[in-house]
Design a protein around this ligand. Sequence first.
Ligand code: ADP
Length: 413
Amino acid sequence: MVAHNFRHAWGELFNPAACVRSAVPAPRLNRRCTTRTANLPPNHDFRYHSHPMPVTTEQVYGQLRKVNDPELHRDLVTLNMIKDVRVDGGTVHVHVELTTPACPLKDQIQNDVSTAVRELGDEVTDVEVEFSAQVRPSPQQQASENNPLPNVKQIVAVGAGKGGVGKSTIAVNLAVGLARSGAAVGLLDGDIYGPSLPTMLGLDQPPMATQDNLFVPFEAHGIKSITIGQLVEREKALIWRGPMAHGAFKQLAVQTDWGALDYLIIDLPPGTGDVPLTMSQLLPLTGAVVVCTPQRVAQDDARRAVRMFEQLNIPVLGVIENMSYFIGDDGKEYDIFGRGGAKVMANDMSLPLLGTIPINIAIRVNSDAGKPSANFDDPALADELNQMVKSVAGQISVRAMSGQTMQPTISIT
Ligand code: ADP
């Protein structure tokens, strides 16, 4: 029994992994961590069978300083994205905290970290990269003294030059996609003239007011949402004078009990009216996304939307081409509206193209049925939608980390 225990302890002691983990100090053999087994001959010379000394955490950090975030173009250590480094024998564990759970470049970061750590030599036998995510608040959110939504880290508007291009559809799917990746997301139906969220999210109850006169947002499909559509009769014509539109938007935005959010997505009314103006005065926006269909006439309207955001000093994060193409039952792709038109427009305006979403009957059916999550479970749609979500999240991180977020100031001429 004693012999058995001794052998067990001996094996543990000289297991290279256990050299780091074991509470019992490992014997020093020329400062090397050595493998030894119970059935070696008595005259075995350990010097010729020793493993090299494990690398140090300092060495690992040194290598990680050479790994740049592919979008942020600064190294992971400087960006404070390395939360932990542990060396366990030949295995190096690195904990990377991403700036969004919808990170588009996670695989590349994993490869780059692994390659950089392995450059330390044969001492490194394995690199384990663990990911977590923490959305960083935009600098403007932190700096703003009169911020009515201090617990919301990033606020992004979705706009379009005109109606019917799928702006609300994109806003809903963007919000749901971000939430599916693990973020805390709110969706504000800022389209106070023609709210679509009650139908698209399948909402059927009016929102409840809390004691502090705050609305309790709806919780459906993993997101919180608020819409004037559930506060008025469904078919009522919503006619707002400028100050009323201002008041309605403001109440929805700041009198909703959002709690802590990573992202608040705002579905704007189409065109260039009162609501974007109110929004730009009221909220510290990270930026806006412009939705556009590919035809030339749609591009012209989208350009106007881009110019409007620029005039309001709201950075335009990029363009999304909706109804880009149609895939028929025969599997063929039909460029009904002239696929790629929005890309041309984005290039002309030096903006990133953040996604191309096809015309797909399922999108319309799921919207009408209030089941946006079903789009992400549809293999014909999931890739494009997830790509769009990741691209937008990536752009938000770039803006937040490069300190380019600005408090909008009105400069209408
Ligand atoms: P907007 O907000 O720009 O007025 P909506 O998002 O309300 O436009 O979309 C208008 C209609 O087009 C809705 O019925 C919606 O379901 C449908 N739709 C939007 N995008 C697509 C798409 N990619 N494929 C199929 N139908 C779509």
